[in-house]
Design a protein around this ligand. Structure first.
Ligand SMILES: Cc1cc2nc3c(=O)[nH]c(=O)nc-3n(C[C@H](O)[C@H](O)[C@H](O)COP(=O)(O)OP(=O)(O)OC[C@H]3O[C@@H](n4cnc5c(N)ncnc54)[C@H](O)[C@@H]3O)c2cc1C
Ligand code: FES
Length: 254
């Protein structure tokens, strides 16, 4: 990981309050693994950097998708084409698939779908089934991106588009047909809890990318501590920034 000076290629609103920003490297691009994130300087009075998952990357750029939820993201939303921004990257352990993981379910909730899109890019030889959940059809994003990599089910909580109901419930009805080797997930905590129950019932391993509050982003401040159960049953604190953000859903205490 290193602090880079990047140039904004674009920073545009894609749906209400959600922005996509592409950043161009002016130097050698670091090796990026699926599920890693960057820590971006908002500037001004915002001393702490803000963490965002890497949603797309290539030989010259990284792209993030972010929701404007507070002062820092409001400031970032004002970045214009050509502006220079500072970001530390790539950070975190990311998603790892083993040789036994041939059939992979990508289970995303809202903006949490973003980091999952890098998985088929890093592991192009697996078979992918994507389940993407949104509250309403006006919030749907990413569907065409995921369709390029395999069967994709779009679900809305209120039934306004696609399959109706929580995305975890829709996956539950399909899971015996798919028989995946592993589930990778990212989204709001209630969705992750439902995914943990499904994983425990079906004995299908599941890994999640979490969104704890962060301070330093380099393992020094412990702001991002989260409780994880070790193999011997002991509960220990792990740092989401450097030990995560991806954890086994069986081990993490949500
Ligand atoms: C590893 C990681 C990856 C992330 N990836 C993305 C991403 O790809 N896209 C995206 O939109 N957001 C992502 N987030 C969350 C994002 O970092 C926060 O929304 C952002 O830092 C808020 O900054 P702010 O100054 O605008 O809001 P603040 O003023 O700091 O907070 C505004 C509101 O947002 C809540 N909030 C702030 N930070 C978080 C957080 N980390 N998790 C949950 N709620 C939070 C606060 O509780 C508060 O209610 C990620 C977080 C982590 C830890
Ligand atoms: S954010 Fe400081 S240790 Fe993780």
């Amino acid at each position: 990981m290193k602090d880079y000076c990047l140039k904004v290629a674009y920073n545009r609103e894609v749906i209400g309050g959600v922005y996509e920003m592409k950043l161009i490297f002016g130097e050698k691009v670091p090796e990026i693994k699926c599920g890693q994130f960057l820590h971006l300087k908002a500037g001004g009075e915002y001393l702490l950097r803000r963490p965002f998952c890497i949603y797309k990357f290539d030989s010259e750029s990284v792209t993030v998708i972010y929701a404007v939820v507070g002062g820092g993201t409001r400031k970032i939303a004002q970045f214009k084409k050509g502006d220079s921004v500072c970001a530390v990257l790539p950070i975190g352990n990311g998603f790892t698939l083993s040789e036994n993981h041939r059939k992979v379910v990508l289970l995303g909730g809202g903006i949490g779908c973003a980091p999952l899109l890098t998985v088929p890019v890093s592991y192009p030889n697996c078979e992918y089934y994507s389940y993407l959940g949104f509250s309403d059809k006006s919030m749907i994003m990413f569907a065409s991106d995921f369709k390029k990599f395999g069967k994709t089910e779009v679900c809305t909580d209120n039934g306004s588009f696609g399959r109706a109901g929580y995305v975890t419930d829709v996956l539950r009805t399909d899971i015996n047909k798919i028989k995946p080797d592993v589930i990778l997930t990212c989204g709001p905590t209630p969705m992750l809890k439902a995914a943990a129950r499904l994983s425990a019932e079906t004995k299908i391993p599941a890994y999640m990318s979490g969104e704890t509050r962060m301070g330093c982003g380099v393992g020094a401040c412990l702001v991002c501590a989260c409780a994880v159960k070790e193999k011997n049953g002991e509960i220990v604190n792990k740092r989401a920034c450097v030990d995560g953000p991806v954890f086994n859903l069986e081990d993490i205490l949500l």
